[in-house]
Design a binder for this molecule. Structure first.
Ligand SMILES: [Zn+2]
Length: 600
């Protein structure tokens, strides 16, 4: 748990413009800054960052949040991680209220991250000293510049080299870095001074970075002969293989620019492609593609190209990626598969054929649907009924997993053609997951929201311009319900924290019951209009207060009318009723507009 006071003062210290600009180049646009949205694909900028609100908002896809939220969404960090990352940039130490119980010490408490950085510095320095390692990288066509960009290093031969780097080489925390191995008791080795020894020896080292650029693990490729050829860090508190993609930290911008990500099998492939100017490639880390990987990849770009070796292992890996991708496919996303010649991997291919040939191969990658049917058809005799029935039986569970309506429909149609069945027969065999097929209109989050209530309008307005909170008086005219409750809470927050901005308010309400209402209210198109300097949001607020008051007056009038007609109204209620009628009549004659009725 990180105390709320700390989060508030952190957000008071950082400037969201600096935070965002570190990842997305911002341009000044009036009082705000703008850029093409990093969270959806667009040609004209609708992503704005407001220095006064300390908030970002995309009017295209509806993404919004404060500096913490930006880091979470952009880098995939969890809430506390994003706060820590942000605090680091301004050098504020994060106070933590330790939760009870004896949980294991956090990775940072053990200094794991710092140890990984120390190891990286050591490996990089060793690379500069090692002629064979430099020769090896040169032999693979890598420049010093690319080697530096990917932080390549070298772990020299020897069992306990890291002892010179870490004073506490024997400490338990060293084990958690994955940099060392403890041999089993009794497993003596003549060259080792102790049971503990370095995991990586005589290998070119590829640091594996997380979204923030911290070293979380290493991959090592042996120089010359030796087994295994590639060796990765084990899973550690810092490093979870199924969630990480090698090279993503360096590739992020290129992926966004190309709206395409190429997934390859090894780190050497990523680095070699970068050397040849193909910078939007990442690699899985010695694991099969996981659903988490695919989800992350589809978030990064609309086109995901899996590039596998042409051998049988490559085809197996591709099939596995296909199976994992099926349930998460969405219309508008394109997943395709590129198989290089059996003797090639992307590294050898791009070195021999060059960038143009590689990109041409990528452009010719097989769409998922083609790969799916071709692979299934290859194992049966499609000329016979029995073969086609088998084909259908195998395709059925796969196609049934597709939830994307248009894609699912197209695949079922193609399946019907291949199996030589009519569309009705296919529909009977594989019922469609989606009830109907709608044209792809790319509904934005804003467009999906229901028409906003007066409370939501006021809520959005006050969040956008906290000084307007004073124009919304206390009173019974704010309806109960989530929006009304959020409005009251937000007004209370701004009264208690004069000068607080939207970024701070949103941090305050993060995870609270009011968060959904707040998030919805911020999508109101009214707030986009209010961005224009000559828009009078204050009058808008006054008018909504009036309308809500009129609504409340109407409600009260109906309530009193009922009591009067039933003969159960008190004398006070009679007086109130008459007064109300008088006011309403006066308002009607004075001004026909409902929002201009007199005050309650
Ligand atoms: Zn957007």
């Amino acid at each position: 748990m990180i105390p709320q006071e700390f989060i508030q003062s952190l957000l008071g210290r950082v400037d969201i413009v600096d935070v965002v600009d570190r990842y997305v180049k911002l341009k000044k646009a009036g009082a705000n800054y703008s850029a093409c949205c990093p969270f959806h694909n667009e040609k004209t900028p609708s992503f704005t960052v407001s220095p006064t609100k300390q908030f970002y908002h995309c009017f295209g896809c509806g993404a919004h949040g404060n500096a913490i939220g930006f880091l979470m969404e952009y880098s995939g960090l969890a809430y506390p991680e994003a706060i820590r990352a942000l605090a680091e940039t301004v050098g504020m130490p994060v106070p933590e209220t330790r939760s009870r119980g004896d949980r294991p010490a956090s990775p940072e408490a053990q200094g794991l991250g710092a140890r990984m950085m120390d190891a990286l510095a050591y490996y990089r320095a060793e690379l500069k000293k090692s002629k064979p390692a430099i020769e090896y990288l040169k032999g693979r066509g890598l420049s010093g510049e690319v080697a530096a960009r990917y932080g390549l290093g070298f772990a020299p031969d020897g069992w306990q080299n890291l002892e010179a780097v870490f004073d506490d080489y024997a400490a338990a925390a060293m084990k958690d870095t994955g940099l060392v191995i403890d041999s089993d008791p009794g497993e003596e080795h003549p060259e080792r001074k102790s049971r503990r020894y370095d995991r990586f020896r005589n290998r070119v080292m590829f640091p594996i970075l997380d979204a923030r650029g911290n070293v979380i693990g290493f991959g090592g490729r042996v120089i010359g002969e030796g087994e295994p050829k590639y060796l990765n860090s084990p899973e550690t508190p810092l490093f979870e293989k199924g969630r990480e993609l090698y090279g993503l930290y360096q590739a992020r911008r290129a992926i966004r620019d190309a709206n395409q990500v190429i997934v390859v099998e090894g780190y050497m492939d990523v680095v070699a492609l970068a050397q040849h100017g193909v910078e939007n490639a990442v690699a899985t880390l010695g694991t099969a593609t996981t659903p988490f990987h695919v989800g992350k990849l589809l978030k990064l770009a609309d086109n995901v190209v899996f590039c596998f070796d042409g051998d049988s292992a490559g085809r197996k890996a591709a099939w596995r990626a296909l199976e994992v991708a099926l349930p998460v496919l969405a219309d508008g996303k394109l997943v395709s598969f590129l198989f290089l010649p059996p003797e090639d991997d992307p590294d050898t291919f791009v070195r021999r054929e060059g960038k143009g040939a590689f990109l041409a191969a990528v452009a010719g990658a097989k769409p998922l649907s083609q790969f799916l049917f071709a692979e299934l058809a290859a194992h049966v005799d499609m000329a016979t009924e029995e073969g086609r029935a088998r084909f259908l039986a195998q395709a059925k569970p796969l196609v049934a997993q597709i939830e994307a309506p248009a894609l699912g429909a197209m695949l079922r149609k193609r399946l019907a053609e291949l199996a030589r069945l009519g569309p009705e027969e296919i529909d009977r065999l594989i019922p469609s997951k989606a009830p109907e097929i709608r044209p792809r209109t790319a509904p934005s989050r804003a467009a999906r929201a229901a028409p906003a209530s007066g409370e939501a309008k006021l809520l959005g307005s006050v969040l956008a311009r906290p000084e307007l909170a004073s124009r919304v008086p206390d009173g019974g005219f704010i309806a109960p319900g989530p929006e009304g409750a959020a409005l009251r809470a937000v007004i209370r927050f701004f009264r208690a924290n004069p000068g607080a901005n939207l970024g701070q308010a949103s941090a305050y309400f993060e995870g609270s019951e009011h968060q959904p209402a707040i998030s919805n209210a911020l999508q109101d198109p009214l707030l986009k209009q209010a961005e224009s300097p000559d828009f009078d949001l204050a009058s808008e607020v006054d008018s909504w207060v009036e309308r809500l008051r009129a609504r409340e007056a109407d409600r009260r009038r109906a309530e009193l009318e009922k009591r009067v007609s039933e003969g159960i109204a008190t004398p006070e209620e009679h007086a109130e009723f008459n007064q109300l009628l008088e006011r309403l009549a006066h308002a009607k004659s004075g001004n026909p507009l409902p929002e201009a009725r007199s005050k309650l």
